[in-house]
Design a protein around this ligand. Structure first.
Ligand SMILES: C=CC1=C(C)c2cc3[nH]c(cc4nc(cc5[nH]c(cc1n2)c(C)c5CCC(=O)O)C(CCC(=O)O)=C4C)c(C)c3C=C
Ligand code: FE2
Length: 471
């Protein structure tokens, strides 16, 4: 698992032991602060370099390039960095709590789909290339995004032409702010997306501008995976560690929260409610469908995702059992992409098997994500439903995503409050730039072999067509 290395850095601008050791609620100002869900339009400060259709925000970090479609939902790209924000020194009297919700992001319209996919596949936590071939990440991302875009576009077209993720996450941010206020905690809540607007960089820009003095980071993924929370946290650490103000702000990161009572109870509530829509609730098979990851993540890279997912299902079923709901259940993994092996069993295969075995009623439960998105609205509600009905399953239902469910949001607010005492400054010392350590000879060797591989990957029609078949 990606360890989060933090060390306490004394912050001259922040109150010391008095605040660290006190009740988290007392740390905060009583007066209300402005609510900001950082929209890209608000966060945007300028236009990045244009490159045909695609252009990316000007960034300080050379290691991260984000691509946006021209005129993307945000009204342009953004400039982030020290020059855009005055160095600010928070005064002890101006303690300000920030909560940063991290999420994946999704294309808002069909023309965003390919650049969104580019951003996704350009992430080294999504396509994990051996070190020697890392510089091929972007050409490969370009190739795969172009090849996959038509299929993805069909999916987004079927759900209305874009992802609802931004709207739902903004609503969750607003609801969380209100839930915190009800618990006498005043906070700004920000949204930072990994692959589309509002990008994490924009949210962080706003956090700095607002002079936030303590931050809780809450990835909106209940279970931790290198490919989701891990990737977003890595980007965040990178930004914070390079900034003299941010690197001193105490930060508390909630890496996973599937085991929280509020989450488990909320999931059990939704399942119980949905079971009632069947004429024979006790005969319904509860079918948990989780987003998959490649097996190598779990078996080679130590991703705790599968273990956490299995534990999560155990806890939900235990809760249902305690309430007298004794249905059978199963877990399968959906949404695999590309030629490698993903976590098994695969959702589509299990549906066919269950149909063959004579299962007649099935309740699908999306379990790796808390908003409706393309994989619930299109993949489960359309593709899997059709497959299940064709396979002999007669009664089909689907549990909605948690969304704005009040006990769920209230529990997220509790999670934020409980995380406050653990806030520590993100270390600058632990993060070393690969480029800084690289020796020129190994760079030349990498370039040589990499170019040969890139040539075959990009120009071989056979490979391109086999990619097309796989995607
Ligand atoms: C826990 C949730 C998720 C995991 C784990 C995850 C891993 C993962 N995903 C891809 C590739 C794609 N994901 C896509 C969309 C997408 N993925 C998640 C969540 C997880 N991904 C969500 C919520 C969404 C939807 C966003 C939305 O717009 O609604 C896509 C794009 C859609 C498509 O073409 O299918 C791709 C591609 C990989 C390769 C991966 C692990 C390595
Ligand atoms: Fe995904």
């Amino acid at each position: 698992m990606d360890a989060i290395t933090t060390r306490v850095v004394p912050n001259p601008n922040l109150p010391g032991p008095r605040l660290r050791n006190s009740n988290p609620k007392s740390i905060l100002q009583k007066k209300s602060v402005v609510s900001i869900s950082c929209s890209s339009a608000e966060g945007s400060q300028g236009v990045g370099k244009r490159n045909g259709l695609l252009y990316g925000p000007v960034q300080k970090s050379k290691s991260r390039e984000i691509v946006c479609s021209a005129g993307a939902g945000a009204g342009g790209a953004c400039v982030y960095g020290d020059h855009a924000v005055e160095e600010s020194h928070a005064h002890a009297a101006e303690e300000k709590l920030g909560v940063l919700l991290l999420n994946l992001g999704g294309p808002e319209k069909l023309q965003d789909v390919q650049p969104f996919l580019y951003n996704l596949f350009a992430d080294p936590d999504i396509i994990r290339l051996p070190r020697l071939f890392r510089f091929l990440q972007r050409p490969l991302a370009q190739l795969i995004s172009v090849l996959r875009a038509p299929k993805s576009k069909e999916g987004y077209a079927a759900i209305g032409g874009g992802s609802p993720l931004r709207r739902i996450t903004d609503e969750q941010a607003e609801a969380l702010k209100m839930a915190l206020e009800e618990k006498k905690m005043s906070a700004n809540v920000y949204v930072g997306m990994r692959y589309w607007f509002p990008f994490t960089e924009e949210a962080v820009h706003q956090i700095k501008k607002d002079k936030i003095t303590k931050l809780v980071v809450l990835p909106l993924y209940p279970q931790y995976s290198i490919s989701t929370s891990g990737s977003s946290i890595r980007v965040l650490q990178d930004i914070f560690s390079k900034d003299s103000y941010l690197s001193r702000v105490p930060v508390s990161i909630i890496k996973s929260w599937y085991q929280r009572r509020g989450y488990i109870e909320s999931m059990a509530n939704l399942i119980e409610q949905e079971l009632q829509s069947f004429s024979n609730p006790e005969e319904v098979m509860i079918f948990f469908s989780a987003h998959g990851v490649p097996v190598s993540y779990v078996e080679d890279a130590g991703d705790p995702y599968r273990d956490q997912m299995e534990d999560c299902i155990r806890l939900i079923m235990q809760e249902l059992k305690a309430r007298g709901t004794l249905n059978e259940h199963t877990l399968a993994y959906q949404s695999r992409v590309g030629p490698v092996q993903w976590l098994k069993p695969y959702t589509d295969e299990v549906l066919v098997e269950l149909g063959k075995k004579g299962v007649k009623s099935l309740l699908a439960v999306p379990v790796s994500f808390v908003s409706e998105h393309i994989e619930t609205l299109e993949e489960i509600d359309m593709e899997y439903r059709e497959l299940a009905l064709e396979s002999g399953i007669e009664n089909w239902g689907r549990v909605p995503a948690l969304g704005l469910s009040p006990p769920f949001i209230s529990d997220l607010a509790d999670a934020v409050i409980e995380a406050l005492p653990a806030a520590q400054a993100i270390s600058t010392a632990e993060i070393t730039s690969e480029e800084a350590n690289a020796d020129p000879m190994s760079f030349i060797i990498k370039m040589f072999f990499g170019s040969i591989l890139a040539f075959f990957l990009l120009l071989s029609p056979k490979l391109v067509s086999s990619f097309r078949n796989l995607l």
